[in-house]
Design a protein around this ligand. Structure first.
Ligand code: ATP
Ligand code: MG
Length: 278
């Protein structure tokens, strides 16, 4: 993985149509049941290197369950997971990390009283001659934060002193310590204001530029449309629809998420079209 930021990286709007990209993560036929609840039914998902795929859907659609299956938190009842074309079993979170799958869960799980460096390397400290190598970790911390163009004033201040957006930044940087191929972000902007949301969306762009496959879960359609290349809609635990971001309207997206026929917004839009034809 290269971490050198692109010079004058092309805007996504320019697009790179047809440019073949390596599929880093591929899921097919994923089923997961919790007792009487069939949470996932025959779900498929693909993410390429340098691609941001948004995973959207209503509450209970199965997004978090799918992420947890990929992250090794849950074992699927059946289905295949491939990394760079190789079939894998993600036995647990630790194994997911070793395979190059990183997850930033919604609660971030940072230690408020520890500084940025300590949080980045918690449980994966750099050691030299039997002692913790603070210098190496600090150098690596700055390198990681620079690769994200992150705005963190110091790596030696406690997490408690950082803003929500800066904490999200640290959590994302921490997910990169193990040099993953795939990063999953669960609702990274849910608790953030306008400026901080923009900052985190910029971060997602940096992850893409660095060649990672990114899976972004969000309920915010504006965020999704701003940053995703592709949008996968889950509904009632199944693949409902899939769109290229530049080819879908918010109305279509909402219709897919809610089920077009029983949706007020969608039927209002449909009525509008009919009237336009009259
Ligand atoms: N550990 C569990 N035990 C039992 N049922 C579960 C468990 N986890 C999820 N479910 C059920 O599986 C279904 C999918 O839930 P999931 O959390 O994946 O949805 P989601 O799309 O993440 O929703 P939200 O947007 O509310 O976070 C729901 O019906 C949920 O109640
Ligand atoms: Mg969820």
């Amino acid at each position: 993985m290269t971490t050198t930021p692109h010079q004058d990286a092309p805007a996504r709007e320019g697009g790179e149509p047809g440019r073949p990209r390596e599929v880093v993560l591929s899921l097919s036929g994923i089923h997961k049941r919790f007792g009487a609840v069939q949470a996932l039914t025959d779900v498929r998902l693909e993410v390429a290197a340098g691609e941001v795929v948004a995973l959207v859907g209503d509450n209970g659609a199965g997004k978090s369950t799918l992420v947890k299956v990929i992250a090794g938190v849950y074992q699927p009842d059946s289905g295949d997971i491939e990394l760079s074309g190789r079939k894998v079993k993600v036995g647990g979170p630790r194994q997911a990390q070793d395979l190059g799958i990183a997850t930033v869960f919604q609660d971030l799980a940072l230690c408020d009283n520890l500084d940025v460096v300590a949080n980045l390397f918690l449980g994966q400290e750099r050691v030299k001659g039997g002692a913790i190598d603070e210098v190496a970790m600090e150098v690596e911390a700055w390198r990681l934060l620079r690769s994200l163009s992150a705005k963190i004033p110091s790596v030696r201040i406690p997490i408690a002193a950082l803003s929500g957006g800066q904490r999200q930044t640290v959590a994302i940087a921490r997910s990169l310590v193990g040099k993953p191929q795939v990063v999953m972000l669960d609702e990274p902007t849910a608790a953030l204001g306008v400026a901080q949301t923009a900052e985190v969306l910029n971060l997602v762009e940096r992850l893409r530029e660095n060649g990672l496959g990114v899976i972004l879960i969000s309920h915010n359609m504006a965020d999704v449309q701003a940053v995703a290349d592709r949008i996968v809609v889950l509904r009632l635990g199944r693949n409902e629809a899939e769109f290229h971001t530049d080819e879908v309207t918010t109305t279509d997206l909402v219709a897919a998420i809610t089920g077009a026929s029983d949706n007020v917004v969608a039927s209002r839009a449909a009525r509008g079209k009919e009237q336009a034809h009259d």
